[in-house]
Design a protein around this ligand. Structure first.
Ligand code: SF4
Length: 485
């Protein structure tokens, strides 16, 4: 009697094959990009795609093995492939288990800058009626500590939050008290232009482990043009503040954010150089957002998604060149996208998820006690649009805010998994629903994606990253490192 069955007994029968869900996009005359349910990509020719769809494949023909490895097919009687996909999908969506980890406190609307692209309607510095009160702050803290997330981050914003520094002290001390009784871990960030940074603020940040997030738009002339203030010295103060904070708090406790204006478009190399000079570990190349004051001044319409993408590509390639020369330095948006594209780690970044991160990713407590589903939603309200105002700290608790019809409609109405265009898009697994952006630009949380600047940028960035991953081995190794750390 034979000791082993014949080899045919171990091969799957091709007549029992079935297709698993996938999306595709034509990328060339005879080339298709195909993505499985969790966004693994594979490139197929038209002939291969036709054979796959007709299931005219069999073990040993090469295409069968590639399709199996890419989770595009399975045997009808097998469940392992589906179970594996379900496990990976569950892991990718695990951010939903940590509801509302981010709580943004707008401690004042006052600001001593008057940036034309500012996304909030700043108030002059002497109008203290635009400061959050201690009573509002305590009620907002109560809501923040009701959220289910075991770890919460409290971010102070403005205006310029350091103009109401006494309230920041008050909130930090009360949050620490609540953290002890609730056993929730709490982290703090102050988003500031650093013009008002002093030793007292730095000592407080050091003793309370507070991160600083600064604004830096590039070289002196560009930054000062973008960010006017009395004295015209915003850049000098920001750079001095970053250096001082690095010295006192440590290199990894201060970051910087830039915004791309029309004047930035031809200057990405110089912008990156400023970040390198300051010893920062990366840059977040960000487009202007169509919210708040930026709409009134029409700043966000000054360049197209395509001109921003050209700026972005030049910047990313420059960052890769810096890495090739031996200096680790990353572009943070690419890092986020690559984490989505190359791993199944859940990513809580509020703009890159579906269900959207509004409310369930972050809540924003405005200076007057109004609660918003996102910072951009708060900015919209500054121009009279209250679509994302969920309630008020005096009238609502966490549950009533999160279960409000307004929030549920915004989230369920913008799911990319079911949206026209998105549900069949090859990039859907890695994209995000951005209901506030689409409401602001198209008056509809879902949006018409072929007309959406967000969609154009997402497709452009993901296509660029895939091109580098496929065609430039040295740069691909750098990108893979960004995704794994
Ligand atoms: S927004 Fe655009 S890129 Fe993103 S999933 Fe929808 S169609 Fe695709």
């Amino acid at each position: 009697m034979a000791r082993f069955l014949a080899s045919e007994a171990f091969s799957a029968a091709s007549d029992e094959l079935m297709l698993l869900p996938f999306n595709l996009e034509r990328t060339g005359a005879n080339q298709y990009l195909v993505a499985n349910l969790v966004g693994d990509f594979i490139r197929l020719t038209e002939g291969e795609l036709n054979k796959l769809v007709d299931l005219e494949i069999k073990p040993g023909d090469g295409l069968y093995e590639r399709a199996y490895a890419a989770h595009l097919i399975t045997g009808r009687s097998q469940s392992a492939q589906q179970q594996l996909l379900a496990t990976r999908l569950r892991s990718r969506m695990a951010f939903l288990r940590q509801a509302t980890p981010l709580h943004i406190f707008v401690v004042t609307l006052r600001c001593e800058h008057s940036c034309p692209y500012c996304q909030v309607s700043r108030q002059s510095t002497d109008r203290s009626r635009f400061d959050m009160s201690e009573e509002i702050a305590l009620r907002a803290l109560g809501i923040a500590f009701e959220s289910p997330s075991a770890r919460i981050k409290i971010e102070f914003q403005g205006g310029e939050p350091l103009l109401n520094f006494p309230l920041i002290r008050f909130i930090v001390s009360n949050a620490k008290r609540l953290s002890e009784t609730s056993e929730k871990v709490v982290d703090f960030v102050i988003a500031s232009n650093l013009a008002l940074l002093n030793d007292g603020v730095l000592d407080f940040c050091k003793s309370n482990n507070i991160l600083l997030s600064a604004s830096l738009d590039g070289p002196s002339d560009l930054h000062n043009k973008n960010r006017p203030r009395p004295g015209g010295n915003s850049f000098e103060l920001a750079v001095a503040g970053i250096k001082q904070a690095q010295e006192v708090l440590g290199l990894d406790r201060v970051g910087a954010l830039m915004t791309t204006t029309e004047a930035s478009l031809n200057r990405v190399d110089e912008i990156i150089d400023e970040y390198l000079k300051l010893g920062l570990d990366g840059i977040f190349l960000r487009p202007l957002s169509p919210f708040g004051f930026a709409i009134k001044t029409r700043q966000y319409q000054r360049y197209t998604p395509n001109s921003w993408l050209a700026f972005y590509e030049r910047g990313l390639r420059r960052v890769l060149e810096i890495n090739r020369k031996g200096r680790p330095f990353r572009e943070f948006y690419a890092s986020l996208m690559l984490t989505r594209m190359l791993s199944d780690r859940p990513l809580g970044y509020v703009d890159l998820r579906s269900p959207a991160g509004v409310g369930i990713g972050a809540l924003v407590y405005n200076y007057d006690g109004s609660v918003f589903a996102s910072d951009e939603g708060r900015m919209l309200a500054e121009t009279g649009d209250n679509a994302f105002r969920l309630g008020h700290v005096n009238e609502n608790d966490y549950n009533s805010l999160i279960l409000s019809d307004k929030l549920i409609e915004a989230i369920s109405g913008s799911l990319t998994q079911t949206a026209p265009e998105c549900s069949t898009c090859v990039f859907e697994s890695h994209c995000g629903a951005d209901p506030v952006y689409h409401h602001a630009t198209q008056g509809d949380v879902l949006g018409i994606k072929p007309l959406s600047g967000f969609c154009a940028r997402q497709k452009g960035i993901m296509s660029l990253l895939l091109d580098i991953l496929d065609n430039s081995p040295e740069d691909a190794a750098i990108l893979r490192r960004w995704a794994s750390s």
